[in-house]
Design a binder for this molecule. Structure first.
Ligand SMILES: C[S@@+](CC[C@H](N)C(=O)[O-])C[C@H]1O[C@@H](n2cnc3c(N)ncnc32)[C@H](O)[C@@H]1O
Length: 213
């Protein structure tokens, strides 16, 4: 779904305090910057609710939210800046296509892919955040026991992703085809997720790791 441009949100990005302007300069230093032993990265955070809530639920852990769309990024950044109760949370406005230029080898403990754009046409498959070229970069930046957690409402994207992860050599640790049918207090809702759950749609979820642990 294309997002309508909202000028105030785009303008806000210039002054956003949570925003890291040159993420490559923090490569290898995210954990010390956030004063944490555990680093989460959410790719395609949209309007930002997930990382904000998770940073409050896990105040010792660090979160970096990434969003490329200008309007969504401005809204997320403003939300983060204005919440005095947020945890250890930073924001990158940019395209995660080059994520391994921002994070060092084995620097990230958990990657979150929440309701990623499905890009249904084959010619756009490489834009999917669970496509081969992204997975190769995730492998590089994931820590030894690191995980990738994916949630989606889209069964086709989910089946596609299961195969991509398998072909890239990841090991599946968890799978659920109706994740919110039981309570998961340990995991925050995203904006999209909230809407799908209210409509009664099932949420697909899987967790992978890159090793045999
Ligand atoms: C369908 S929205 C879901 C937003 C949010 N995760 C949620 O669940 O409410 C997907 C978001 O991912 C962002 N996105 C897609 N590809 C991206 C990329 N390569 N880098 C950064 N953000 C990306 C889009 O701009 C969009 O805001």
């Amino acid at each position: 779904m294309r997002m309508r441009r909202v000028q105030w949100a785009i303008d806000y990005l210039e002054q956003a305090k949570c925003r890291i302007i040159d993420p490559e300069k923090l490569k290898g230093k995210w954990k010390t910057t956030l004063n944490t032993d555990v680093l989460h990265v959410e790719i395609g955070c949209g309007m930002g609710n997930y990382s904000l809530q998770m940073s409050k639920m896990y105040p010792e852990q660090g979160f970096v939210a990434i969003e490329k769309n200008d309007t969504a990024a401005g809204k997320a950044a403003k939300k983060y800046d204005e919440d005095p109760d947020k945890g250890k949370l930073l924001f990158i406005h940019g395209d995660a296509m080059q994520i391994d230029e921002w994070f060092d080898e084995k620097e990230v403990d958990v990657i979150h892919l929440n309701f990623s754009d499905p890009w249904p046409k084959n010619r756009n498959a490489k834009r999917r955040l669970s496509s081969h070229s992204f997975l190769e970069q995730y492998k590089h930046i994931l820590s030894e026991n690191g995980t990738i957690q994916m949630k989606t409402d889209n069964s086709k994207l989910f089946s596609y992703s299961l195969l991509e992860f398998q072909n890239a050599g990841f090991k599946m640790k968890e799978i659920d085809v109706d994740y919110r049918s039981i309570t998961h207090d340990e995991d925050a809702f995203t904006e999209y997720e909230q809407k799908f759950v209210e409509k009664g749609q099932p949420i697909y979820r899987a967790v992978w790791t890159d090793n045999e642990s």
